[in-house]
Design a protein around this ligand. Structure first.
Ligand SMILES: Nc1ncnc2c1ncn2[C@@H]1O[C@H](COP(=O)(O)OP(=O)(O)OP(=O)(O)O)[C@@H](O)[C@H]1O
Ligand SMILES: [Mg+2]
Length: 415
């Protein structure tokens, strides 16, 4: 067979009509045009598969409404923060999964302001769990500039790498939460001569990793030294969420809004408006965060102090609610524990008085149940099957109602 007589077995064109003809086994031939078509078909498949991943699994995952629904299962209240975080996180991962071809999408790091124990860390942790991405928490107050005693800012990235089980690719798409960011502010706008240099240095250090840099960290942690092996981690796609109570800032805005309260001005003690919801980037700069740092956190949101009703809900509603945990622990000793409605109200009231929001709840509950946890085995041997905690137990340290198992039924007894 001469070359001129070759015919493409796919399209039927002859050699003279195409630029190339490839001859395979058993003298089958394919022309360059058909090869191109086949490549296109295969490419389409790859794109389709990628899209399918995003639009079936991943896109569902990245629907802010679903992210918020997930948060609702673990975090009570804080709707504003939940919405902002859901959108920020969805955008962040969309940006990674489907980056634009001819321009860059900015990262949407988030700053969450608000009272201690109201759910800042919980929100960030819950989102990371939902997305199944590695998560690391750092406390800004323990960070120092490179070279000083303390944690290098780069150690935060190292922590994420460790939490990702040493998977570099996962690390580079993880979430880092930095708490107590208000504690690394300069000490005030007008104190430039005596300003807190180390605070600003930490901000500068963080700024670099927040905006995206290649940092070299020792894989096993610890401090870097010259002949140590390091791995390079690109932080461009790591999402940063920072949190801070900004108590003083709240006070400043509060007093500004009430017309600069002087001596003798009646303090509105009942004023439970959360002034942090009105914070603007320039307020944060005045407070002592450097403008470049503030600028890297395009999304600002806040958590609200929790009221008693919310504290009661936190006791029982979240998937890992405190009372569910307590019940589980007693269950291991084959004892049931129950809290009356009034007892829950008393616990919430006590926690509210502590002023540490939900953080106080665990403290109050633990104090109440501790003696019975201590005696659990002995109580079970005595035939106790259930402990009922009333408000008297919480408020006055009274004995709980104990329910005993009797051979011929169940009898109740006030201890
Ligand atoms: N809104 C909430 N819903 C459910 N649980 C909450 C909520 N807020 C706080 N908690 C619980 O209280 C504890 C403290 O919360 P978290 O660590 O999120 O506080 P935080 O706002 O980060 O405080 P801090 O400023 O002190 O770091 C957590 O164990 C969490 O389970
Ligand atoms: Mg926290």
């Amino acid at each position: 067979m001469t070359e001129e007589s070759l015919i493409c077995n796919f399209c039927g064109k002859s050699r003279k009509d195409v630029t190339k003809m490839i001859v395979g086994a058993s003298k089958t031939s394919i022309c360059n045009e058909c090869v191109k078509l086949c490549v296109e078909i295969l490419d389409e498949d790859i794109v389709k598969a990628r899209k399918e991943k995003l639009y079936s699994g991943d896109k569902n995952i990245l629907n802010p409404v679903l992210i918020k629904e997930h948060l609702d299962q673990y975090v009570i209240g804080q709707d504003a923060a939940k919405t902002v975080l859901s959108v920020a996180v969805a955008n962040h991962y969309k940006r990674i999964v489907q980056p634009p071809i001819d321009f860059d999408l900015d990262k949407s790091n988030v700053m969450v302001l608000g009272a201690t124990g109201a759910g800042k860390t919980l929100l960030a942790r819950t989102i990371a769990k939902y997305l199944d991405v590695p998560f690391a928490i750092a406390d800004a107050t323990t960070l120092t500039e490179s070279g000083y005693v303390g944690d290098d800012v780069e150690n935060v990235v190292q922590k994420l790498y460790a939490n990702a089980g040493g998977d570099l690719e996962k690390t580079q798409k993880g979430i880092i939460f930095i708490d107590e960011i208000d504690k690394i502010c300069r000490k005030g706008e007008n104190t430039s001569l005596t300003r807190d240099v180390s605070g600003e240095g930490v901000q500068q250090g963080l700024l670099k990793i927040v905006e995206g840099t290649e940092c070299r960290v020792p894989p096993m942690g610890g401090r870097k030294h010259p002949d140590q092996q390091t791995i390079t981690i690109d932080t461009s796609d790591i999402l940063f969420i920072v949190g801070g109570a900004f108590t003083e800032l709240e006070k400043q805005i509060r007093s500004k809004q009430s017309g600069g309260m002087g001596f003798g001005t009646k303090l509105k003690e009942q004023d439970d408006k959360n002034y942090l919801s009105e914070v603007q980037p320039e307020d944060l700069i005045k407070y002592g965060l450097i403008p470049e740092f503030v600028g890297r956190f395009s999304m600002l949101t806040n958590v609200d102090p929790l009221n008693e009703t919310q504290l009661i809900r936190i006791l029982t509603e979240p998937k890992n609610a405190i009372l569910k945990q307590t019940k589980y622990l007693f269950g291991l000793d084959n004892i049931d524990i129950e809290f009356t409605k009034e007892a829950k109200q008393s616990i919430a009231r006590k926690a509210k008085e502590l002023g540490t929001n939900a953080r106080g709840l665990k403290n109050v509950v633990d104090t109440v149940v501790l003696p019975y946890q201590f005696d659990a085995e002995e109580m079970r041997n005595r035939g106790v099957t259930k402990i009922q905690i009333t408000n008297e137990v919480v408020d006055k340290g009274a004995d709980p109602v104990l329910v005993f198992k009797k051979a011929n039924g169940i009898s109740k007894k006030q201890n």
